[in-house]
Design a protein around this ligand. Structure first.
Ligand code: NAP
Length: 313
């Protein structure tokens, strides 16, 4: 077995992303020791019970001591407070990284607290589920998924290369880009689609003419795919929209213009325009499958739930 990439990894926040990293690091022997900290006693207790950490600490300051990698895996809005607390306790030569879904706001919040002699290499794994908490993690979450690094002036080439090696060893493909570009790309591929899903589920909830039971009963017609996204963690997503405000509003503006254009085509009975538009969007789905980012199986390879099969639906 190859030697561990890091001697001691401190995970600050022990939810879906941190626990998945812990499983992957343990499976691959990538860290000699994993130390954890989360806000509540309950999460720290679970982390020990399920074995994702070798030790847990009662404070973040204590957890980062002697760690050569510190991973900030808390909601984006909590990063500044944590960084201020751990700053004076970081080991010389250590690397601090984060997994936040927004990059420029995290860089602005964390960088002022990084002392000289410590590298800060922001990262964002493009992998997740609608579940949260320490029990939701699994070792293969990052496999064949992208992890984007957005190095800053406090990232040394050595620290960036070592972090890249960790993400690659956990199964990710790694790319580097600057933070503003990351935030714009993510507004298109993740943040705005989440907002649209939240809105669509909200609309259905308000639509009293269609009873709740009908919305649920016929949800496989497409609505349920929105509900999976709209079931994502409310704290995480509140912070994403508060901190990636400009890029999200930019993309939302473009979305609204397209929506009005399609609305007009429907009103005018312009079938040609609708058909041309849907032909273009279908091609995008094909390119996602060709890039290995989803399955070509019908309905995402989903097996019909037993209850529905029994009912002959
Ligand atoms: P999660 O499952 O909800 O877990 C969040 C963790 O952060 C919990 O352990 C929580 O502790 C801890 N925490 C919250 N506030 C804290 C504070 N002030 N001090 C210390 N610990 C605190 O979250 P997650 O999905 O892993 O997300 C973590 C980060 O990854 C976020 O920045 C998110 O943007 C990013 N991310 C998420 C996804 C995704 O799909 N979920 C994908 C990529 C990146 P308690 O349990 O004790 O409250």
């Amino acid at each position: 077995m190859t030697p561990p990439i890091y001697h001691r990894v401190a995970l600050i926040g022990l939810g879906l992303i941190a626990s998945s990293m812990a499983h992957a690091m343990k499976q691959g022997g990538l860290a000699a020791e994993i130390v954890g900290y989360a806000k509540t006693e309950e999460t720290r207790r679970i982390a020990l019970e399920i074995g994702i950490c070798d030790r847990v600490c009662a404070t973040a300051a204590e957890a980062v001591q002697g760690a050569d990698l510190v991973v900030l895996a808390v909601p984006v809005g909590a990063m500044a407070g944590i960084a201020a607390e751990i700053g004076p306790h970081l080991m010389q030569g250590a690397c601090v990284t984060d997994v936040g879904s927004v990059k420029q706001a995290v860089i602005d919040a964390v960088s002022p607290h990084i002392p000289a002699g410590v590298a800060f290499v922001p990262a964002h794994p493009l992998a997740g589920t609608e579940h949260s908490g320490p029990r939701s993690g699994f070792a293969t979450l990052f496999r064949n998924r992208w992890c984007l690094l957005t190095p800053t002036e406090t990232s040394t080439p050595e620290a960036t290369a070592r972090l890249r090696a960790l993400w690659e060893a956990m199964g990710s493909n790694v790319d580097e880009m600057d933070a503003p570009h990351h935030d714009l790309v993510l507004a298109v591929v993740s943040h705005t689609p989440h907002l649209i899903a939240y809105t669509m589920v909200g609309v259905a909830d308000h639509l009293r003419r269609v009873s709740n039971s009908e919305v649920i009963k016929y949800s496989a017609s497409g609505f349920r795919d929105f509900t999976r996204i709209a079931a994502s963690d409310p704290t995480m997503w509140r912070d994403v929209f508060l901190t990636n405000k400009e890029a999200t509003l930019d993309i939302l503006g473009r979305f609204t213009e397209e929506l009005f254009m399609l609305q007009r085509a429907i009103r005018m009975g312009d079938g040609e325009q609708l058909h041309a538009y849907f032909t273009r969007t279908r091609a995008i789905r094909r390119s996602i499958i060709e890039a290995g980012q989803d399955t070509a199986a019908p309905d995402f390879g989903r097996v019909a739930p037993v209850a529905a099969v029994k009912a002959g639906e």
